[in-house]
Design a protein around this ligand. Sequence first.
Ligand SMILES: *Cc1c(COP(=O)(O)O)cnc(C)c1O
Length: 359
Amino acid sequence: MQQDPAPRFRVDVAGLPRYVPGRAAPTELVEKLSSNENPHPPLPSVVDALGRELGRVNRYPDPRSGELVAELATALSVPDDHVVPGTGSLGLARDLLAAAAGAGDEVVLAWRSFEAYPVLVWAAGATPVPVPLRGERHDLAAMAAAVTDRTRVVVVSNPNNPTGTAVRRAELERFLGRVPEDVLVVLDEAYREFVDDAGVPDGVELYRRRPNVVVLRTFSKAYGLARLRVGYAVAHPAVAAVLRACTMPFAVNGMAQAAAVASLRARSELLERVGSVVAERGRVTDALRSAGYTVPESRANFVWLRLGSGSRPFADACEAAGVMVRPFGEEGVRVTIGTPHENDHLVKIARDLAVRERV
Ligand SMILES: *Cc1c(COP(=O)(O)O)cnc(C)c1O
């Protein structure tokens, strides 16, 4: 029988791993603590900015996101040409990987880390080189040792998704000193605003002296704009220019630009909310630990429970009780910090399970 001719793709595309998103919440009653979202709805000033945009969706947005770039550059004390907004930090990560790495090139990353990374590396045609975490933390010495002359990019998620751990200044500086200057280091700081440890370095300080470091940040988590898909990169002009050249034109839509600008203008209010999430993170961590769970110190808006083969049963039990969490294979479960009410609910479920299972 003759096969219908099908379009031909790159030979490696058929085998690409798929990004597995957190499942959609099955009903409105379910509390969703599975995608590291911000539990707070947008501020009225952000809703107003979005409302003003609605009436002009027939027009293309500013392709350079000029207002957003200016606002970010001022907030971060960096030159305008060091800032590149994108379709979420994921869009920027994808463009960076595609620009820096292709067939035969390697990208060193920690594992387990953000599961989108290997997907993006494969999609670029390059090969991920996963370096196992050590005790839930990046093993930066092993990552530096994994760099070869085929390495084009190293990705460091700080804090790390899904374990929540953060690497500290001295170890990160030592690591950056070991990575060759022609290898791009992507420092993914999606959770930077939740870091309350002064020993964890600010990537925007580190990149200033290191032209091979690019910092990725996002409005999806602390700023609560996950649905709008907007993030930004901070890098020296040589890297920023490549990113601008490779990014899809009009990547950041007008609603996203307007909401991001309004959010930066309401920053102190939004950072207060971040403060309450951080306080809740401490409370949840303590409660889970006293229930017998081992919880690494998180610097993000989620906590990690290494439950091994108990991960799926734990997640199923949470879901049966109306709370969605995120299991990762037979490794562990990531639980997003939600509202105090949601967190109480999660802690109660976890306590009940601990009594039954004696974790
Ligand atoms: C959530 C997350 C992102 C995604 O950010 P977007 O800006 O929504 O694309 C990037 N990196 C890590 C580590 C994340 O956990």
